[in-house]
Design a protein around this ligand. Structure first.
Ligand code: ADP
Ligand code: 5GP
Length: 215
């Protein structure tokens, strides 16, 4: 049986600090069929973030130019900055047979769902709001105001969980990663994701195999 010659779209969402980035880094280490779509953002790079690896960092003016050029599969304003999924990023890898992972917010996920029904929508949850706060504080990448904004938005996002196909609680990291890997394995086995086994035009082969039986 051959795999369909284009990949699937996997959407990973969830509140800031739930562990989406940590999980996708682990997935990418072990799954050579998976590519991360690098989004464009007007947010300033954090220490250690690399242009073209973590995001394409642009000014608001540059971002708006890309909107005019219809470059985005979806875009949204999240925590006061623009973020967008570039069509060119996704299409290149999907066309080459890779599964493409989008790590995007709830607005983006809903937008994608309206366009790509067969996407795999996974919601990453923190084990508790207290632990979410701890993780955001410990990560130490946001100013206090930005941190509060992200924490407040977490409430709204959790309410939208039912729009997803799967929910993964990221309590123990190894287990959360295993759960997402299991989802991807199961999805790749779905009958509607696999090209039909081509039984036509195989008469000659079947005949040879039958002759083989008698030898
Ligand atoms: P997100 O991408 O969802 O905003 P991150 O992946 O940046 O979240 O994780 C937020 C913080 O929580 C990081 O400092 C990360 O190391 C930590 N973290 C992620 N998963 C776990 C976990 N299962 N247990 C404890 N800390 C975690
Ligand atoms: P961060 O600033 O922590 O990297 O990301 C903030 C939020 O923006 C996260 O919820 C992340 O998933 C979301 N995000 C990142 N890229 C995109 C994107 O291309 N589109 C949308 N809609 N959200 C994104």
């Amino acid at each position: 049986m051959s795999k369909k010659n284009h990949g699937s779209l996997i959407i990973l969402s969830g509140p800031s600090g739930a562990g989406k980035g940590t999980i996708h880094n682990e997935l990418l280490k072990h799954d050579s069929n998976l590519k991360l779509s690098v989004s464009m953002t007007t947010r300033k790079p954090r220490d250690g973030e690399v242009e073209g690896v973590d995001y394409f960092f642009v000014t608001e003016e540059e971002f708006k130019k890309e909107i005019e050029n219809n470059s985005f599969l979806e875009y949204a304003e999240v925590h006061g900055n623009y973020y967008g999924t570039l069509k060119r990023e996704v299409e290149r890898d999907i066309d080459n047979g890779y599964d493409v992972l989008l790590e995007i917010d709830i607005q983006g996920a809903i937008n994608i769902k309206a366009q790509k029904e067969d996407g795999i929508f996974i919601f990453v949850m923190p084990p508790s709001m207290k632990e979410l706060k701890n993780r955001l504080v410990k990560r130490g990448t946001e100013t206090k105001d930005a941190l509060i904004e992200r924490f407040k938005n977490a409430y709204k996002e959790v309410n939208e969980m039912s729009k997803y196909n799967y929910v993964v609680i990221n309590d123990e990291l190894d287990l959360a990663v295993k759960k997402v890997e299991a989802i991807l394995i199961a999805e790749r086995c779905r009958v509607d994701r696999i090209e039909e086994f081509d039984v036509n035009n195989q008469e000659e082969l079947i005949h040879e195999l039958l002759v083989d039986f008698n030898n």
